[in-house]
Design a protein around this ligand. Structure first.
Ligand SMILES: Nc1ncnc2c1ncn2[C@@H]1O[C@H](COP(=O)(O)OP(=O)(O)OP(=O)(O)O)[C@@H](O)[C@H]1O
Ligand SMILES: Nc1ncnc2c1ncn2[C@@H]1O[C@H](COP(=O)(O)OP(=O)(O)OP(=O)(O)O)[C@@H](O)[C@H]1O
Ligand SMILES: [Mg+2]
Ligand SMILES: [Mg+2]
Lengths: 229, 229
């Protein structure tokens, strides 16, 4: 369902220069896989994830999502694809600071044509999953770092996505909470066949997945089983 | 130098209610100590740190910093105390998005009356320490999550603080980078007697400190040696 072929990405930098950040990234992900992406800070993981999630376009190379060449879709068409298939947990959470926790979690459900009661029910179910059922009327500014992260996770899951893209979903969480959330991800993957691609820098968290891709200086340096050590 | 006595903190919540978040927090930290604070997400660690850093005032109880009762200082006096003694690494980095990396790191030095060349020299030295010497003219929006965290660390250290307050300083960093930065913290603590209070949820990181305080539901449940396990 995800097909990256020789994906390169450069960003403009001051004085009209360019900094290349991704070099010929090539890999496929099939439905039902649970992939971890690891690598040093600044190596290009989030940049890669943004292209997978159709939030950014590559400078060169081809990216197919569910068989469609995403590089040739209009921004509106991209938004439709994203809302239909993908739940995204952002590295910096990206919550709407003026809307309540419940509103934030319900946001992806707006595009599904579900009735209000159903949207509230699903949002509340996910908030309960991440231990925040008592905080639905709070604003993001009234939450701790780890609570914001859990709202971002609940929001990604509320829409019943087929594909979850999680950028360091446990970075702000303690070990117990991180393991609870990853066990839930594993359950979604094994019982419902949901495909998960997750960036993490914690090896203990990568153990929940069944494939590891390592990115170093914008290149893939490993793609295979998750080592036990 | 830090003296917390029966510190309580409540926040107002909707409908005029109040949520108590810290309950009778009492502990002292002496110059030269390296303390870790651990505990579940939402347990009150950052709230406690904000009071220690004189960024917030307790609802009741007394807080003395360097022997002065901080609860009775005016906002201006608090700002002077903070700028003189404290380097703060915020959980959400709090970088100025319209200023360059170098400007962000130099910011705390503005209050020291140092000449421009000296401020630039110190900022560059700290950027080199965190591996970002090639990124001084970048804007925060052009950086990865872990790079922003490293800029926040460099900024906290540039002012030669006597007291470092670090709220999850390695949350966005890979293991190798996290250990490099903690080794540097340990060096500052052991060789220069700098006091460090650090929130972390990674046990491997807490090993660098020589005292562990555990907070659970707003109360201290452990205060002693760092367990090896
Ligand atoms: N401005 C605020 N208004 C209302 N409640 C708040 C506010 N700031 C924090 N809280 C509440 O205080 C509690 C503790 O928050 P705090 O940020 O100290 O947690 P933490 O231990 O740092 O958690 P984490 O590990 O997730 O960062 C949480 O329940 C949070 O909702
Ligand atoms: N908008 C941008 N403009 C310029 N450079 C950028 C931009 N976004 C990212 N970069 C650069 O791309 C590189 C990779 O960034 P990316 O966010 O993908 O790293 P990462 O692997 O996710 O790191 P981390 O683990 O720290 O989150 C970095 O050197 C960063 O400075
Ligand atoms: Mg990243
Ligand atoms: Mg916190």
């Amino acid at each position: 369902i995800i097909s990256m072929d020789k994906i390169c990405k450069s960003f403009p930098v001051e004085m009209g220069g360019e900094q290349q950040v991704l070099f010929d990234i090539t890999f496929d992900v099939n439905q039902g896989e649970f992939v971890s992406i690891m690598g040093p800070s600044g190596s290009g993981k989030s940049t890669c994830m943004n292209i997978i999630g159709a939030l950014d376009t590559p400078t060169s190379g081809t990216y197919k999502l569910y068989g469609r060449d995403v590089t040739h879709l209009s921004p509106d068409e991209l938004a439709v694809v994203r809302n239909e298939y993908i739940g995204f947990v952002f590295q910096q959470f990206n919550l709407l600071s003026k809307r309540s926790v419940l509103d934030n979690v319900m946001l992806p459900l707006m595009y599904r044509g579900l009735p209000m009661e159903e949207r509230i029910r699903r949002a509340r179910e996910m908030l309960k999953r991440v231990g925040l059922e008592n905080f639905e009327s709070y604003l993001p500014t009234q939450l701790s770092g780890g609570m914001k992260q859990r709202v971002a996770i609940a929001r990604a899951l509320a829409g019943d996505p087929k594909l979850i893209l999680a950028d360091e979903p446990t970075g702000a969480l303690d070990s117990k909470m991180g393991n609870e959330i990853l066990s839930f991800f594993k359950k979604l993957n094994e019982e419902m066949g949901i495909t998960i691609v997750m960036i993490t820098h914690e090896f203990e968290i990568a153990q929940y997945s069944n494939r590891l891709i390592h990115i170093y200086d914008g290149r893939i340096t490993y793609d295979g089983k998750v080592p036990k050590d």
